[in-house]
Design a protein around this ligand. Structure first.
Ligand SMILES: [Zn+2]
Length: 502
């Protein structure tokens, strides 16, 4: 007989220091994720894209699950999820779960770093409510983001938590599939598996967490290698180092046939993570020196664009994608064949649409972050192209997801082109330049409002990648954030200062 499995998802990465909260409407719209979907539409809409739920549904179909689709939703990272949004979404998930009848298993697609206005551990609370409905014996499996801040409550309430192994997250769907396969095995064996987990002692800036670079690449090779013999699953969660609550930080976790095997796998990851601490290093530039270095490389005749990551305004980490520091630096030096995106400013986009293609207009662009040293930028631009903002992002990060960026435009000032949109999404796909007529391959300088995900689609064309720290709401270094509630003893930077010792 087919296993009856309920599937749902509720994803948010919370930067408690960020400028704006996640409202219910942000979840409905999806901002870089697929829009909110419920019931049978969930199974339909997630097909063929790079999300945990997509991989789980694929496995469920192969394994012949009788699927009860609940509700799936995700909003772009920001400050806290509002109480209203959390209660409304989790309320509907629970209501649909009750209506799903007798279940053999539950699959959840979660992020792992959700903090709400009224509670610290969004996923722990959701898991607890799901557990209350299904009882202690129905296995619950979840796939999670590599940036999950995994709490003891989550580990206790779920039967298995499986994390991404890549950053850029090109394995979201694959991770969903791995978690779903583990769920099938648990439903077959009807035996709980042993779990072990350990908190790890230091935070890493997200720009240095990339698994395209060492030591991240090696750490995740080890995590995959440990998954053999009796070990069912091993994960290393790097954590999201901008959520101010005591469980923020990295965690190693393993599941195995025996407690000893799970413990041994976790200890191996802990040792490797401790040994890697000194290897998390790399050059970082302020806006002016980053642009100067990029111009020097271009003059040297590098082949392919120099890509500058405006990491402190990454909307994938809670920024609003509208700071002006990098744009000012490009304009100040008269950069040629340069492009920057996304600059999210619905008012400026509307002005461009009103003026029409070819018009020259004065406008005040971006700069609403409230961060010291950032301000709206008043300049004269040419409206080169207008677009409705609907596009398919085919690169390896978005994996074919359809984005709706709202009314958009390509504005030009001198040799600098600016992609202005009305809605936020992380610049992680070359199509997000192309849809307004910019050919990223032909540019000399590309500024992307992203920390790491851009690498998936831009590294193949980049002659160099420079991490830049123009003023913005997502501090490059966790040590620069005004922590108040972190667990004492956590190092705020690799080999850096320890929280709570002064
Ligand atoms: Zn992530």
């Amino acid at each position: 007989m087919a296993y009856r499995v309920a599937l749902g998802g509720f994803l948010h990465e919370t930067n408690t220091f960020g400028p704006s909260k996640a409202e219910y409407a942000d979840f409905v719209q999806g901002g870089g994720y697929m829009p909110l979907a419920r019931g049978p539409a969930l199974l339909e809409n997630c097909r063929g894209i790079n999300l945990g739920i997509s991989g789980a549904v694929d496995h469920g179909q192969e394994a012949g699950w009788d699927m009860a689709p609940l509700l799936w939703t995700g909003a772009i990272p920001s400050a806290h999820v509002t109480r209203e949004a959390f209660e409304r979404i989790s309320g509907e998930i629970i209501e649909r779960l009750r209506e799903a009848g007798t279940l053999d298993g539950v699959f959840l697609d979660l992020h792992g770093a959700m903090v709400c206005e009224h509670l610290d551990d969004g996923e722990g609370e959701l898991l607890s409510r799901v557990r209350d409905v299904v009882g202690p014996d129905v296995p619950i499996a979840a796939s999670l983001d590599l940036h999950g801040n995994i709490t003891a409550r989550m580990v206790e309430l779920a039967d298995i938590l499986v994390g991404f192994r890549t950053y850029p997250h090109v394995d979201m769907a694959e991770t969903g599939s791995r978690a779903a396969q583990a769920l099938t095995r648990m439903m077959q064996s009807r035996r709980p598996i042993a779990k072990a987990y350990r908190r790890l002692p230091y935070l890493v800036p997200i720009s240095w967490q990339s698994t395209d670079l060492e030591p991240g690449a090696g750490l995740y090779r080890l995590v995959a290698e440990l998954e053999r013999d009796d070990v069912v699953s091993t994960s290393l969660f790097m954590g999201f180092p901008a959520a101010d609550f005591p469980d923020c930080g990295p965690v190693a976790i393993a599941y195995a046939g025996t407690a000893d095997a799970a413990q041994t796998a976790v200890e191996r990851v802990v040792r490797a993570y401790e040994q890697a601490e000194g290897a998390f290093v790399g050059p970082v530039y302020d806006a002016e020196s980053g642009v100067a270095e990029a111009m020097r490389l271009v003059r040297e005749g590098v082949s392919g664009p120099v890509v500058l990551a405006d990491t402190q305004d990454n909307p994938g980490a809670g920024g609003d994608s509208n700071t002006t520091g990098m744009l000012r630096a490009l304009v100040a030096v008269g950069a040629e064949e340069a492009a920057i995106g996304l600059m999210v400013d619905p008012h400026a986009a509307a002005q461009a649409h009103q003026a029409g293609e070819g018009a020259e207009i004065f406008l005040s662009l971006g700069g609403q972050s409230g961060v010291p040293d950032d301000a709206p930028y008043t300049l004269r631009v040419t409206v080169e192209t207008l677009a409705d903002g609907k596009l398919t992002a085919p690169g390896p990060f978005y994996g074919g997801a359809r984005l709706d960026l709202g009314p958009s435009a390509c504005l030009r000032v001198g040799g600098v082109r600016i992609v202005v949109t009305s809605r936020k999404a992380q610049m992680a796909d070359r199509e997000m330049f192309r849809f307004v007529g910019i050919s990223p391959e032909e540019a000399s300088l590309l500024v992307v409002k992203s920390s790491t995900h851009f690498r998936a689609d831009f590294a193949p064309i980049a002659s160099a990648i420079l991490i830049c720290t123009a003023p913005g709401p997502m501090a490059f270094s966790p040590a620069d954030l005004p922590w108040r509630r972190l667990a004492p003893g956590m190092r705020l930077f690799p080999l850096g200062e320890t929280y709570g010792t002064q």
